[in-house]
Write a protein that binds this ligand. Structure first.
Ligand code: 0O2
Length: 263
């Protein structure tokens, strides 16, 4: 039997996970920086363990020399969304990229698995530049809500515990839990606007305060100490009042002051 050099086999897949994580996390970060709503709540990634690869290969009757050609989820990332409505937006983000090719899409949200599993899977081919030259590896992108993920993670652990044979009674209860998780998603969707508005407001407030503090920090080097003490007192008063308009006004004033000192 052929001996598999796991370190060598997995290295490019690990590189793919690292790059994909960075790319999708950057997308989220950029949206937040620009003050645009980000449909991405979190991105995680994992490299399939050799034992899981061998188990899958055994189950699907894949010979060791066909593992790389036939197992498509050795590299995997998971994009978590707050709301079901965010999922199509993330799918579009993936479809619009030109640094990866979509091979297949599996919609387990519309076509829920008999287990109760819900998630949207996109299989891609991802180009890599390795020390050995250019090559492509397959990778799986799973897109789901936090509620779907909570269920899937718990069910996955039970699947391992029972080696895939979860007792019927537990399976039924898990199915009920899957429906409850989906119900939570549906209910959350009804107050989505309220939640996202609150989150955006808090993001704007945090950015304003960060800008104010940066300006004050810079002004300390050039302005008079008495003036700075006065500004500091004023800032604490405005901060305590929790008034966004006053915070905005104060920020504009500091921007002008900073600009004047720069000139
Ligand atoms: P791991 O440990 O996450 O890597 P098939 O076996 O034919 O159904 P295939 O090729 O495994 O299909 O692809 P599929 O069905 O799209 O599933 C790929 C991955 O989705 C799985 O990888 C799981 O991570 C997840 N998944 C699919 N079905 C279920 C489910 O019913 N419950 C949970 N919790 N996860 C699921 P692996 O290799 O099974 O596991």
């Amino acid at each position: 039997m052929e001996i598999i050099n796991w370190k060598e086999l997995l290295f490019p897949y690990e590189q793919a996970v690292d790059e994909l994580l960075l790319k999708f996390r950057s997308l989220d970060k950029e949206c937040r920086h620009l003050g645009i709503y980000s449909p991405i709540d979190a991105v995680t990634g994992r490299l399939k363990r050799p034992s899981s690869i061998l188990e899958k290969a055994g189950k699907k009757r894949i010979s060791p020399d066909r593992i790389e050609a036939e197992i498509e989820d050795i590299a995997g990332i998971r994009i978590l969304c707050q709301f079901v409505e965010d999922i199509p937006k993330v799918i579009e983000m993936v479809r619009n990229r030109n640094d990866m090719t979509i091979v297949e899409e599996r919609d387990y949200i519309t076509n829920t698995k008999p287990s109760g599993y819900r998630s949207y899977h996109i299989i891609i081919r991802y180009p890599l530049h390795t020390a050995m030259g250019a090559r492509e590896v397959p990778a799986e992108i799973q897109i789901r809500t936090n509620a779907m993920n909570f269920w899937a993670t718990a069910e996955h652990s039970l699947r391992y515990k029972y080696s895939g044979n979860i007792p019927k009674e537990l399976q039924d209860r898990l199915k009920n839990c899957a429906e409850a998780a989906f119900h939570l998603d549906t209910e959350m969707a009804t107050i989505r606007e309220e939640i996202t508005n609150a989150q955006q407001l808090s993001e704007i407030r945090n950015n304003l305060v960060a800008n104010i503090l940066e300006n004050m920090h810079n002004l300390y080097f050039v302005a008079k100490l008495d003036d700075m003490n006065e500004l500091n007192r004023e800032f604490i008063e405005i901060w305590n009042s929790d008034d966004m308009d006053l915070l905005r006004e104060f920020n504009t004033r500091l921007n002008v002051m900073a600009e004047m000192y720069r000139i």
